[in-house]
Design a protein around this ligand. Structure first.
Ligand code: AP5
Length: 225
């Protein structure tokens, strides 16, 4: 099997994971797998999974591991992940990281790197307050930092831009607390495996993107030696 590029994006809510994943998926022609997007699609369609996930998402809590692990495992088994994948928002707990590691090991695959997009809590609140997403495909904008060409209209598919239900200030505080408690331990998890790469997420989206591309170029070089 040719070497795969299996990337995980870790970071607090609003760190810019989705923004970067969108760019990286174009650079490397790899599927962008966002568990948040998958869950929002399930909620919209009113599936059984969506019904179970909705209340956890609206309150800023995590959807239980057993539901997420099954959903992610099924997605990762699809043939478009043959050359690799970009995971955004999964894993998010140590249990999920262990389940992913076991699944990949069974399939003779492994995580190439876990990219931590680091942004302090103070910057997060401003980012999330100005975020707008399109109703059709969830493309991301920011009213100040990354505005669409025409107010409230998606540049990519022309659909309407809205605020996410879980972007209300009180829910954002809960999401940040959950991140520090349940997701931050993954930094050590991937550091212990020599897979963690840190990225300063306070820089502009273009600068963050360039830094990540340089990291990936180094990883590819290391892999080919
Ligand atoms: P999810 O959709 O994954 O949300 P999140 O992790 O909270 O991340 P966000 O989408 O809020 O932020 P982001 O880092 O992608 O930032 P973005 O690029 O948009 O999950 C939602 C919910 O689903 C969870 O709360 C949970 O309930 C559930 N869930 C999902 N996965 C789960 C799992 N594995 N286990 C359990 N539950 C799960 O950027 C934010 C804004 O900032 C944008 O407006 C953007 O334009 C702007 N911006 C981006 N980069 C920059 C920059 N460098 N400078 C200035 N502005 C920037």
């Amino acid at each position: 099997m040719p070497s795969q590029l299996n990337l995980i994006l870790i970071g607090p809510p609003g760190a810019g994971k989705g923004t970067q994943a969108e760019r990286l998926t174009e650079d490397f022609r790899l599927p962008f797998i966002s568990t948040g997007e998958m869950l929002r699609a399930n909620v919209k369609e009113g599936t059984e999974l969506g019904k179970q996930a909705k209340q956890h998402m609206e309150s800023g809590g995590l959807v239980p591991d057993e539901l997420i692990v099954a959903m992610a495992a099924e997605r990762l088994d699809q043939s478009d992940t043959e050359d690799g994948f970009i995971l955004d928002g999964f894993p998010r707990t140590t249990g999920q990281a262990e389940a992913l590691e076991e699944q990949l090991e069974r399939e003779g695959r492994r995580v190439t790197a876990a990219l931590l997009i680091d942004v302090p809590d103070t910057a997060i609140v401003k980012r999330i307050a100005g975020r707008r997403v399109c109703v059709k495909a969830g493309h991301n904008y920011h009213v100040d930092f990354d505005p669409p060409k025409h107010a409230d209209v998606c540049d990519q598919d022309g659909s309407r831009l809205i605020q996410r239900d879980d972007d209300r200030p009180e829910v954002v505080q809960k999401r940040l607390a959950v991140y520090h408690e349940q997701t931050a331990p993954l930094v050590q998890f991937y550091e212990d495996r020599g897979l963690l790469r840190r990225v300063d997420g306070t820089r502009t989206p273009a600068e963050v993107h360039n830094h990540i591309r340089a990291l990936i170029a180094t990883l590819k070089l290391e892999d080919s030696i």
